[in-house]
Design a protein around this ligand. Structure first.
Ligand code: ATP
Ligand code: MG
Ligand code: ZN
Length: 280
């Protein structure tokens, strides 16, 4: 019997969006997961959006844990060459964390990093997706280059915190994407104000307006802001992202607003790009 034809790769992915930052630990993975879940609640022409989530962090994959996927779960392999992305809360997800265990030596990951990312992009059966959200590792290195070379990236979302040093790194991140001709779709300001878990009062401990300032400086937009809130970290650690557990809460609403602004930015960005049509 002939093998069933499996179409792996990203040919039917409408938009590929990298969630990135110049600096580590600013909340890229948290943003990527909650943004992907928020995107999945949106609909177009009466149908919910199909969303994928790819962990491009080869050295420090954090999506399996944040999504609550246990160590024993592995992507199903089809025809010995293609992976079925792991379903998680309605998302199609892929991470090197599903393919390695904690004892897999880090050393092989170095030279393999670009190759592993390419494999996860091209050998996963993504199918038809409206958006594939890509959680990037920190910095402006090889993985960023691999992604921009091997994938048709629609644009990047740059996550920053309001501290000067993070904003400086956000600027570096934006400049790097410009060099590789990936449009910056907007900025997400994370941990913007601190919400006191006792009384709920909000305080800007790291300063105000930084994300907006950088967005204006680079002619892009502020997609939204998230507070520094203990529940975001706790739910992340627990593998039950807040966009899912408190869908009507203020934080989930903020992620949804970011998701809507992102879809607008993607649509405008597509219009702005030169249109090449091929008639058949
Ligand atoms: N808005 C927030 N409020 C409270 N905690 C947060 C918030 N955003 C992220 N965190 C917490 O901060 C830590 C770092 O977040 P995360 O892992 O998403 O950052 P990252 O930018 O992906 O890091 P890395 O550069 O290592 O990939 C996590 O413990 C996360 O739960
Ligand atoms: Mg991360
Ligand atoms: Zn208080």
């Amino acid at each position: 019997m002939a093998k069933a034809v499996v179409e792996s790769g990203m040919k039917k992915v409408k938009y590929i969006v990298a969630v990135a930052s110049g600096k580590g630990g600013v909340g890229k993975s948290t943003t990527a997961v909650n943004l992907a879940l928020a995107l999945a609640t949106l609909s177009k022409d009466g149908k919910g959006l199909n969303i994928g989530l790819l962990d491009a962090d080869i050295y420090g994959p954090s999506l399996p844990k944040m999504l609550g996927i246990t160590d024993s779960v592995q992507p199903q392999v089809v025809n010995g060459t293609a992976f079925v992305p792991v379903p998680a809360h309605g998302l199609k997800t892929m991470s090197i964390g599903y393919l390695t265990t904690e004892s897999t030596p880090m050393v092989w990951r170095g030279p393999m990093a670009g190759g592993a990312l390419t494999q996860m992009m091209e050998q996963s059966i993504w199918g038809e997706l409206d958006v594939l959200v890509v959680d990037m590792p920190p910095g402006t290195g090889d993985i960023q280059l691999t992604l921009s070379q091997k994938a048709k990236v629609s644009g990047a979302v740059v996550v920053t915190t309001p501290q000067d040093i993070a904003l400086l790194d956000a600027r570096k991140g934006i400049e790097m994407f410009r060099k590789v001709e990936v449009p910056v779709l907007g900025i997400v300001e994370n941990m913007a104000v601190h919400i006191c878990s006792n009384c709920g009062h909000a305080e800007s401990i790291f300063g105000e307006g930084g994300g907006q300032k950088v967005a204006s400086e680079y002619d892009t937009r502020l997609l939204g802001s998230l507070p520094l809130d203990k529940r975001i970290r706790e739910e992340g650690d627990r593998g039950t992202p807040i966009a899912l557990t408190e869908p009507e809460g203020e934080i989930a609403q903020s992620y949804r607003a970011i998701a809507e602004n992102l879809m607008t930015a993607l649509a405008e960005n597509t219009v702005k790009a030169p249109v090449i049509s091929i008639e058949d």
